[in-house]
Write a protein that binds this ligand. Structure first.
Ligand SMILES: Nc1ncnc2c1ncn2[C@@H]1O[C@H](COP(=O)(O)OP(=O)(O)O)[C@@H](O)[C@H]1O
Ligand SMILES: Cc1cn([C@H]2C[C@H](O)[C@@H](COP(=O)(O)OP(=O)(O)O)O2)c(=O)[nH]c1=O
Length: 213
């Protein structure tokens, strides 16, 4: 049975880039790694509805913190069986965002902390009611808000499919989300967390992960 690892962080932190680099390094070392990313746009109607709502569609859907979190949670619920299959056939399954994204962004939208009601609601919903597989390790790519925002902005300018959505345009929300992520990490929410710096060397992370396994 493989190990489930989730990479978390702000929009534009560099999660996707880091996943690509670390996976290459791990595969070079002979580790079998499967990669997936949430939201699963184009594969899950719930993910697509959430993304469209963040771009102004579906009336007041995006105004509801709980309705948006439910969309992302239903996406993960639909993916649960496939995730279990991947864990059976790989040493590692590395996810670009998982349940902690829902906890951090939702709590930040509610102006709550990592020990607040919203995080409890997400925990019960996703790990309790929906039976999501808990990650064995969570990685927080802890990049300063301004740097993440700049990266998200320049990516949006060069790629029309990555134009900034409502969460990405809200720098106060990003700041609060970063604070909740750090609280979740220091409280070891669900599993141990490693906090990674912006200038982290992907090869060094791959080495640490190979040793951790
Ligand atoms: N370590 C890095 N140094 C410089 N630019 C980076 C780095 N990591 C990512 N980027 C750039 O920043 C932007 C956002 O990165 P991305 O991996 O898409 O972030 P995320 O998946 O966290 O939203 C991309 O344009 C990417 O090329
Ligand atoms: C997966 C997930 C994402 N989010 C948020 C984080 C992002 O701001 C937003 C969209 O996810 P993101 O991964 O940033 O997608 P995009 O490719 O459109 O940039 O949704 C949650 O609030 N909960 C979740 O469970």
């Amino acid at each position: 049975m493989g190990k489930l690892i989730a990479l978390e962080g702000l929009d534009g932190a560099g999660k996707r880039t880091l996943v690509d680099r670390v996976v290459t390094q791990l595969r070079d070392r002979g580790v079998t790694v499967a990669v997936d990313a949430f939201p699963r746009y184009g594969q899950s109607v719930h993910a697509d509805l959430g993304s469209e709502a963040l771009r102004g569609r579906h009336g007041d859907l995006a105004d509801s913190v709980h309705a948006m979190a439910l969309m992302w949670a239903l996406d993960r619920r639909d993916a649960a069986a496939r995730l279990r299959e991947l864990l059976e056939s790989h040493d590692l399954v590395l996810l670009d965002r998982y349940v902690a994204s829902n906890a951090a962004y939702g709590a930040a939208r509610m102006h709550e902390g990592g020990d607040g009601e919203f995080v409890g609601w997400v925990t019960d919903l996703e790990f309790g009611r929906f039976g999501a597989t808990p990650p064995e390790l969570q990685l927080l790519l802890d990049v300063p808000v301004a740097l993440a925002a700049e990266r998200a902005r320049s990516r949006g300018a060069s790629d029309a499919t990555r134009e900034l959505d409502a969460y990405e345009r809200d720098s106060d929300l990003q700041t609060r989300t970063g604070a909740v992520y750090r609280e979740l990490a220091s409280a070891r929410w669900v599993s141990p967390w490693w906090v990674l710096a912006a200038d982290l060397d992907p090869a060094a992370l791959a080495l640490d992960l190979a040793e951790w396994m």
